[in-house]
Design a protein. Structure first.
Lengths: 260, 275
């Protein structure tokens, strides 16, 4: 009985990975060929980009602040509180900015994509679209992927900037250190490979968020309960995939741009 | 599996709009349709009849390639579509119109944008879109809903808008999936009247799925009087010659023919269903 359950679950998992791979491949290929629905891309960019700015900004600001608080406490033991700025900026730009932004945007937008497309599936709107001669992959999925990749890039920059500002606020107002020193340390130790690393990651995360959100939305079954299930699966799998891919990308980029 | 059907099969005609040959489909190991063969000739209205859950909607979705059969061949406008890639199916589907069970209107778009959906994708100028949408809405007598969202329409109005959306490009084949399902008798009659009007005005070949005897019989025994502007009964004993029946039982086609043969059928299931 238990073996049957394990076998069924394993088969289901393999089948889902296979379906997702095919879906993601088709979505990727559609990025390079017409028709392109520019108005839909703009609408999705507004929903994902402008709509997520406030949560990304706030989470970035407070993450930077927490980093400054925690690092100052540890660094003070070695008399090195002066490098707080360097610590906060490098951590935000290389790692926390891209990952946190990805997870915040996944929570907000992978869920909305899965629930929106899932509702369209259960009310036969996707079938209606196909019956009207329009490819839902190109009309619904491709604009979301393009918008998510481009907007996550800019949102990551916003998160990085506000993270460094949050760190500065804590350094100046709570730790009573010199703000000029903080910013000069943050700036002087930053290298181009750090920025490249931080800005390549959101390209992957953007693709993961939109493709997983749309994938679970498009394979929804089982009415409104199924929509809820798809939404949960989309957020959980997108978040875990972002962290996993972040690890792999970091590994590759560290090999390409070894630390000094 | 390959038993012959209990009625004479018409040979496939080159002019057939739709031709099913030996089509079967199963979901999760359960056989839904088995060895289905039938044709739809130009100008013909086929009423697909049978109890709920017998596979009628599945059969309709096979016609325009929304589902693919496990076995058999399906010709749509003379082209084999059972293994045709999805990209090649889209242009074929634009030649058909489909009305879904609950209307399947895009709930974030206005009635105008729903009806004009195909025209908008084809980048038809706005003035022409407005003119054609108003014309289609006038046909279903809902011109006043032009700017409304589907959420503010009743169930019957949604179906009528769905019919307008299906008609806007003057399709070569119409597919109606239970257009009167879940509606009260008066609204159902309004919908059937529209379908009769479409049939008698444009003569578009169609397949209509229903499990309601009343609707099926009304389609067969009425015609649209353009002068009176409404559906009227045909003289007693007459039926519309272009409207014929298909009947499904447990995924198998058990009847294919006109109304008078259906009434005279000796098939036990048909008799029980009719009674």
């Amino acid at each position: 009985m238990a073996i049957n359950t394990i076998e069924r679950t394993a088969k289901q998992l393999v089948l889902t990975v296979q379906d997702y791979s095919l879906f993601a491949w088709r979505a990727f290929m559609n990025l390079w060929s017409p028709p392109r629905y520019w108005p839909d891309i703009l609408v999705q960019s507004d929903i994902i980009g402008a709509g997520s700015t406030s949560i990304v900004l706030l989470s970035g600001f407070f993450t930077g602040g927490v980093l400054a608080l925690q690092s100052a406490a540890t660094l003070s033991q070695f008399g090195a509180t002066a490098v707080t700025g360097q610590f906060v900026s490098l951590t935000m730009i290389r790692e926390l900015g891209p990952v946190l932004t990805g997870i915040m945007v996944a929570g907000r937008n992978a869920s909305s994509m899965a629930s929106e497309l899932g509702s369209m599936v259960v009310t036969e709107q996707i079938d209606a679209m196909r019956a009207l001669g329009v490819d839902p992959m190109r009309k619904l999925v491709t604009p979301r992927i393009l918008a998510c990749i481009s907007m996550l890039f800019f949102l990551t920059i916003v998160a990085d900037a506000f993270g460094i500002l949050g760190g500065a606020a804590v350094t100046v107002f709570l730790n009573h250190q010199d703000g000029t020193q903080y910013f000069s340390m943050a700036w002087e130790h930053l290298r181009y490979p750090d920025i490249i690393q931080g800005l390549i990651k959101p390209l992957f995360s953007g693709y993961i968020i939109a493709s997983i959100g749309c994938f679970y939305g498009m394979r929804t079954s089982g009415g409104t309960e199924g929509v809820g299930r798809s939404t949960i699966q989309a957020v959980v799998n997108a978040s875990v995939s972002i962290i996993l891919v972040d690890f792999l990308v970091t590994r590759v980029l560290l090999a390409l741009f070894p630390p000094l | 599996m390959n038993e012959p059907p209990p009625f004479a099969q018409p040979p496939p005609d080159d002019r057939s709009v739709v031709a099913f040959h030996d089509v079967s489909i199963a979901f999760a190991g359960q056989q839904i349709l088995e060895n289905i063969s039938f044709t739809v000739a130009p100008g013909e209205t086929r009423i697909l009849f049978g109890p709920a859950g017998v596979g009628k909607s599945v059969l309709l979705k096979l016609v325009n390639g929304l589902l693919r059969p496990d076995h058999g061949s399906i010709l749509l406008f003379g082209q084999e579509i059972s293994s045709m890639p999805e990209e090649m199916l889209f242009p074929l589907r634009t030649r058909t119109g489909m009305v879904f069970q609950e209307g399947a209107l895009f709930d974030s778009l206005t009635v105008r944008d729903n009806v004009a959906y195909q025209l908008i994708q084809e980048r038809v100028p706005d003035d022409e879109i407005d003119r054609r949408v108003r014309e289609a809405l006038r046909f279903v007598e809902l011109e006043e809903t032009f700017d409304l969202l589907p959420g503010s329409l009743s169930g019957g109005m949604k179906r009528r808008v769905a019919i307008a959306r299906a008609l806007i490009r003057q399709p070569e084949l119409l597919l109606y999936d239970s257009p009167t399902g879940g509606l009260d008798p008066v609204t159902s009659t309004t919908i059937i009247e529209l379908i009769v009007k479409e049939r008698d005005y444009y003569g578009t070949p169609s397949i209509l799925v229903t499990h309601r005897l009343q609707d099926a019989f009304n389609l067969c025994t009425h015609h649209f009087d353009a002068e009176l502007g409404r559906m009227v009964p045909l003289p007693k004993g007459q039926t519309d010659p272009s409207t014929t029946f298909l009947m499904l039982e447990d995924g198998r086609l058990i009847f294919d023919g006109p109304l008078d043969e259906l009434i005279r059928s000796e098939n036990k299931f048909v008799r029980e269903f009719m009674e």
